[in-house]
Ligand binder design. Structure first.
Ligand code: FE2
Ligand code: FE2
Length: 195
């Protein structure tokens, strides 16, 4: 396994997000890595690589994919979009790992992890999903209140928050996320009441 593979993936991901004008999305990825480590101190390299790279599809999203999201009544939470987000991301990171001569087993494992990071599945896929949710409340939820709420409305934002919290599997992760979730839900309620 080449040395510093995680650092290589991180540098690549940071470059892609930055080049696409999405550098605001980088802290979410870094905090997902942090929470994976908090939830499992034995997390292997594949889990850390999957954590830093899990949302790579977002800055590379095609116009056609954006249109499909807009057309779908469930938008960003539609099954179709989630599937595309997960599988495309898994493919992009796997391709990068291959170019960097990573171990084929590691590539398969990273692919497996990213391909279910939104919906979960086995224990490690659930761990990544849980870390993603905590990191979402920590780093992204505020953007939903300031940026998306005026565009998509309070109901859609509320649905997103509820989903990001309720999909958490482990009790430990739920406990960590709960105060963050409550805080943004309270803020949402205040905004709704005052509008
Ligand atoms: Fe994601
Ligand atoms: Fe994410």
């Amino acid at each position: 396994m080449p040395d510093g593979l995680f650092e290589k993936v991180k540098a690549y991901v940071v470059k892609v997000f930055t080049n696409k004008g999405s550098s605001a999305g980088i802290p979410h990825l870094e905090r997902t890595v942090y929470w994976v480590k908090q939830l499992n101190s034995d997390a292997d390299e594949a889990l850390l690589i999957a954590a830093i790279g899990h949302d790579i599809e977002r800055p590379l999203r095609t116009e056609a994919a954006i249109e499909r999201i807009k057309d779908s009544p469930k938008g960003y939470m539609s099954e179709e979009h989630l599937k595309e987000h997960q599988t495309t991301g898994a493919k992009i990171i796997a391709e990068f790992l291959k170019e960097n001569e990573a171990d084929p087993d590691l590539i398969e494992r990273v692919k497996m992890l990213i391909s279910k990071h939104e919906v979960g599945g086995n224990d490690d896929q659930n761990l990544l999903k849980d870390a993603d949710s905590i990191s979402f409340f920590e780093t992204n939820a505020e953007h939903f209140l300031t940026k998306y709420l005026p565009v998509v409305g309070a109901d859609k934002v509320k649905e997103k928050f509820e989903w990001m919290y309720s999909r958490i599997t482990s009790e430990q992760a739920k406990k960590i996320a709960r105060p963050m979730y409550k805080k943004v839900m309270d803020k949402l309620l205040t905004i709704e009441t005052n509008s």
